[in-house]
Write a protein that binds this ligand. Sequence first.
Ligand code: KIV
Length: 263
Amino acid sequence: MRTTQSDLQKMRDAGEKIAILTCYDASFAALLEDAGVDVLLVGDSLGNVFQGEETTLPVTLDDMIYHTRCVARGSRQAFIMTDMPFGTSQVSPEDTFEHAAELMAAGANMVKIEGGSLMAPTVEFLIRRGIPVCAHIGLTPQSVNQLGGYTVQGRTGPQAKLLLDDAVALEKAGAGMLLMEVVPAALAARITRRLSIPTVGIGAGPDCSAQVLVLYDMLGIYSGKKARFMKNFMVDANGLRDGVERYVKAVKAGEFPAPEHAF
Ligand code: KIV
């Protein structure tokens, strides 16, 4: 039976950590879920690690549909979350719905949308029409040209307050999960305490309800510079499956991320 959004909510409510990895193909989808990964994120990071692009901006809706289909074919039990690529959610709520519906038809169980409270009306529009949404705040790679690089977000008091307000607005709009990328651990912990939906961290400290890593970073195949929040779980592993199991075990035990991975 496939994991549902309400299963993830129950895990969060029971204090069980949720293990997430990105996934782009059928073979890894089967391996990852067999090794205990709860959620497969078809991330637009495929632009970097799969297509060799410098940013996620060139990734198209057709690319995301194709990779979602591949992952869905290989998977039977994990929850599948798919990124809405650049340009497909920054439009009207009606057009966003059409794009999201194509991803859902390809096998996604939830779409992920980058952006803060500005996206709340779009989130609400999708939720009311049956499309679960994970909101993504903090470092939002689709806005790299505006952010001026892949830097820690929410460090100052006013920036932290903006992110907290964004999180509250997005939950109120109906987001089923909230992902925080590269924000101080203390801020992510505060937002996690404030919300009642599961929070997902990447470079956001140990207190989020879930953790995610880009699969290739977890495997030690770094496409660029190794960032502080990444960890190669293959170092002591006896093969791929063992490496993934080590990641899942470390997330479930609250051992990953360790202080050296946080900001
Ligand atoms: O695209 C992706 O892989 C992501 C993660 C970095 C969270 O959104």
